[in-house]
Design a protein around this ligand. Structure first.
Ligand code: MG
Length: 278
């Protein structure tokens, strides 16, 4: 069942979204080689609670962290651990959410530990293009479209580079529950699935792999990895469908909350050919 949010509910979700966005920005500042993923989790939990919210992920189906920390070939759902110490050049995927006033948010980033220069050109391109795919999908999240218009726009950014587009894990509705209907796949033909109507709130979350799209789950029953051990990137925003276009509830300070009204700030909006020609 797809639940539509009232304008008042939407504002509550915007509050939850802003908190999760701020947490990502704080962690990005703190991120350094030598930190463990448990160190990151402690920052996330402290910052979420400091803002009067509860970590959406902590205790979810028994998950122990406030943020999923997935490194390199880990795609999603990595468990924070003191034993996982980050090195320069690692790709760390951080997925978190805040629950406040009855509503959740859900947002993920992929940062390069030690700064972008620390990663290979191939890794950086994967990260950048996955982020641009997220925004291409978000720009399709408007009234008049259907769910798979988002999916097709995301997938179109992977195809020219032969990236593996993860299929087993997909975007979803967000609201009083962390995962609501409908599912939002990162692949498929456009023009299908539920119509996008005002009040719908969706988590759009492409996961692109350098190699195969196939995934495996580790023995901890949580961590999802690429089957071939190659790198993966993941970006996610919680997006509200409104009469005025998509509103990115988890936009960080360097991103547009209203991308259709602020297209110059949309990552990857410039034609790919023009940017990559140089
Ligand atoms: Mg999600």
């Amino acid at each position: 069942m797809i639940l539509r949010k009232s304008p008042a509910e939407m504002e509550a979700m915007a509050k939850a979204g802003k908190i999760a966005a701020e947490v990502h920005e704080i962690i990005r500042e703190a991120l350094d080689p030598g930190m463990s993923t448990l160190d990151i989790d402690r920052i996330a939990e402290e910052q979420i609670r400091k803002r009067g919210a509860v970590p959406s992920f902590k205790g979810y189906r028994g998950f122990t962290g406030s943020v999923c920390t997935s490194v390199n070939a880990e795609i999603v759902h990595g468990i924070p651990s003191a034993d996982v110490v980050l090195a320069a050049g690692d790709l760390i995927k951080l997925d978190t959410g805040a629950y406040i006033d009855g509503y959740h948010s859900d947002t993920a980033v992929t940062w390069v530990v030690g700064g972008d220069e620390a990663a290979s050109e191939e890794a950086r391109a994967l990260v950048r293009r996955t982020r641009e795919a997220l925004w291409a999908g978000i720009c399709e999240a408007h009234v008049g479209n259907r769910v798979t218009d988002i999916s097709a726009a995301v997938e179109a950014r992977a195809l020219p580079h032969s990236y593996g587009v993860v299929q087993e894990y997909v975007g979803h509705g967000v609201g009083r529950s962390l995962h609501e209907d409908p599912q939002v796949p990162n692949y498929g033909r456009p023009g299908r699935g539920p119509k996008l109507v005002p009040g719908l709130v969706l988590a759009v979350e492409p996961m692109f792999n350098l190699g195969t799209a196939e995934t495996e789950v580790l023995d901890d029953d949580w961590t999802v990895v690429t089957a071939d051990g190659r790198l993966s990137a993941h970006w996610e925003h919680t997006v509200a469908i409104t009469a005025d276009g998509p509103r990115v509830l988890t936009a960080r300070s360097d991103e547009p909350e209203w991308p259709l009204a602020d297209p110059a700030r949309v990552p990857g909006r410039a034609p790919v050919d023009a940017r990559e020609a140089g």
